[in-house]
Design a protein around this ligand. Structure first.
Ligand code: NAP
Ligand code: GDD
Length: 323
């Protein structure tokens, strides 16, 4: 029988790469969209005719029950969330409703409609926050530093709890930052590569950023969605860190991205307090040993390759727009 997967967050960065991966594996892919006044299919335009797009919202349990009953997926990947850390201070309740309680709504819908469904929860390295150990692994205690991080800790533990309480095949991927040319413009990697393209073509001259000292373990999104899929192919559900094992500062990101376009970042980057956060996560670096040993997962793209790919893509996109 052909496997059928439901992806929440299909219009997001990871949703689009995961949909491509599952289609390549021969799955029927059902993507859940929330209602909006304009279509936002930018990332899934190229595969839209191969997807079944259905309407639903993590804020509305009835919509989740209805679409599970109607489409009968064998696997559910919960990628939908209010995912921008900075916004979570301005909208902490919405973030909690979506990123935390949304997970319970979906798990409960699965429990009621078909407890045989395999479930993936998009957990996050933000849960480690003010880190207790370096590098961070599956057993590292959590210390979230934002309403988003707190919501993800709830989502993580409710996934573990439904696995232990009801025997659901529910896994949680503790994914470190992963980026791509499809990354939202508000996240720092894309903000930088998009600015590099504009500065290199003479449209802008300055880029305002916040904390240049923050360090992140940045990988490539297309590599990371393979780990999500591998988790649901195991006999037993479990939790895994997915990371590169390398960390770089925002300053190093600027140096690499501007350097790739033959520019000196110090001539263009300015620090603007508006982009500083009330509480910061200073250093993230993950230990992906378990994912490598149990899932056989390996990343293919390194930091330099990722930055070069994103700068090249933003420059090509800008050339296209200016034509
Ligand atoms: P993203 O690009 O921001 O996509 C988020 C998706 O969630 C979008 O499709 C969005 O729909 C959808 N969404 C938001 N609120 C919703 C709601 N109430 N009901 C239904 N859908 C809703 O995020 P991403 O980078 O692909 O990340 C995917 C998941 O992994 C998220 O849960 C994120 O928190 C988590 N994560 C990401 C990273 C990373 O570095 N990328 C690392 C760890 C964990 P619209 O298009 O309509 O806004
Ligand atoms: N966004 C942004 N904009 N970040 C900046 C800026 C800026 O102008 N200047 C410095 N930074 C710093 C932030 O303070 C943070 O320390 C770091 O760059 C990365 O910020 P983001 O790219 O916004 O990502 P994030 O680490 O906060 O969150 C992302 O990764 C998490 C996994 O660790 C998101 O994708 C989350 O959804 C994800 O869970």
């Amino acid at each position: 029988m052909r496997k059928r997967a439901l992806i929440t967050g299909i219009t997001g960065q990871d949703g689009s790469y995961l949909a491509e991966h599952l289609l390549d594996q021969g799955y029927e892919v059902v993507g859940m969209l929330r209602r909006s006044s304009t279509l936002n299919f930018e990332r899934i335009d190229h595969i839209q005719d191969r997807l079944t797009l259905v309407s639903g919202d993590l804020l509305d349990e009835v919509s989740l029950i209805g679409l599970l009953k109607e489409h009968r997926p064998t696997e559910v990947y919960n990628l939908a969330a209010q995912s921008f850390v900075q916004t979570s201070w301005g909208q902490p309740v919405l973030t909690g409703e979506t990123t935390a309680l949304g997970v319970t709504r979906l798990l409960d819908a699965i429990r009621m409609v078909d407890p045989e469904i395999r479930f993936y929860q998009a957990s996050s390295s933000e849960m480690f926050g003010k880190v207790h150990e370096v590098p961070q692994r599956e057993t590292t205690p959590f210390y979230p530093r934002s309403p988003y991080g707190v919501a993800k800790v709830y989502g993580h533990w409710i996934t573990v709890n439904y696995r232990e309480s009801y025997g659901l095949h529910a896994s949680s991927g503790m994914l470190f930052n992963h980026e791509s040319p499809r990354r939202g413009l508000e996240f720092v990697t894309r903000k930088v590569t998009h600015a590099v393209a504009r500065i290199a073509s003479g449209i802008d001259d300055k880029l305002a950023l916040g904390n240049l000292d923050a360090q992140r373990d940045w990988g490539y999104a297309a590599d990371y969605v393979r780990a999500m899929w591998l988790m649901l192919q195991q006999d037993n559900a479990d939790d895994y860190v997915v990371a590169t094992g390398e960390t770089h500062s925002v300053r190093e990101l600027c140096e690499a991205a501007f350097g790739h376009a033959g520019l000196d970042w110090q001539e263009h980057v300015v620090v603007d307090e508006r982009f500083l956060r009330p509480a910061e996560v200073d250093l993230l670096v993950g230990d992906p040993t378990k994912a490598r040993e149990v899932l056989g997962w390996e990343r293919e793209v390194d930091f330099a390759g990722l930055v070069a790919m994103m700068v090249d893509a933003d420059r090509a996109l800008l050339r296209e727009r200016l034509r």
